[in-house]
Design a protein around this ligand. Sequence first.
Ligand SMILES: [Zn+2]
Ligand SMILES: [Zn+2]
Length: 311
Amino acid sequence: MGAAVAAGGRCRCWCCGKGRCRADPCGVLCLLLTYLSVGYADYVILEHVLLQPGFRGSLWCPFHAVAFNFIVVMLLACHTRAVFADPGMVPLPDTAIDFSDLRSSGSGGSHKNSRNNEDWTVCNRCETYRPPRAHHCRVCHRCVRRMDHHCPWINNCVGELNQKYFIQFLFYTGLASLYAMGLVLTTWLWPTDKSSAGKAEGAEGGVSNNRIQIAHRIILLVESILFGLFVTVIFYDQLVSIITDETPIEQLRNRLLKEARREVSHTRKPKIALLREVFGRGLVICWFFPCNCSSPSASGPSYSYLPNYDV
Ligand SMILES: [Zn+2]
Ligand SMILES: [Zn+2]
């Protein structure tokens, strides 16, 4: 998989032709690490926590197994959608657009000349017009509408059309981390069947098994704390980005503009309206599921395409 540079510097993926396949080594490594971490956490919870003496015969065993695996399935479903969904890539024109007049005049085109979020601009790398708030991703080699950032953990950009799935992935990862930590700590610190645990320790090989079990629990605890803290910070940043209606790129640009001009005019929408733009306009319960019912794409972008786009 990879992107081939076409004439004029534009990049198209040679296998799908749409530029959605990303051969970024860091992204592929992070994807593998994500699946390995989730699989390992599920294995430790089932094998070394729930199926151990004290839990195995209890009704809590199937309850926690179903509940934890439901969160894991939701996590993977949201992650898969975030990975494979179109983040909102600006389509490339079928025929090259001549921007020589814009380049020679040095105005009206380059993003460097854009003064606010409402202007259509020209991407010199994609050689196309792009709508307001679109930015070029150097990893995907494409412009993405309302681009938040390129995330190696989903090997994709976080943009207008997949931000919802990305935030859901963060939410379920945080929930799974919290759940795993709770299960490990409660069964470790307050074992419900001390006699069985004692027998297990006394049996042949019981001591070494117990050490392996403790090692797995410690590794899972560390993994859960690290991932839990990591996704909590990003989840918070994402919510702030939504309710302030500014992506990190725009925050940086507006800060620089503010410092330069000491004034930035930015229309604020109600916070709930901004949240609905990302998570959809349906019921709030739908915000927790990776479905696209009444998704932001259904209502379409809030701007119109240029009439002479296919020049
Ligand atoms: Zn571009
Ligand atoms: Zn990207």
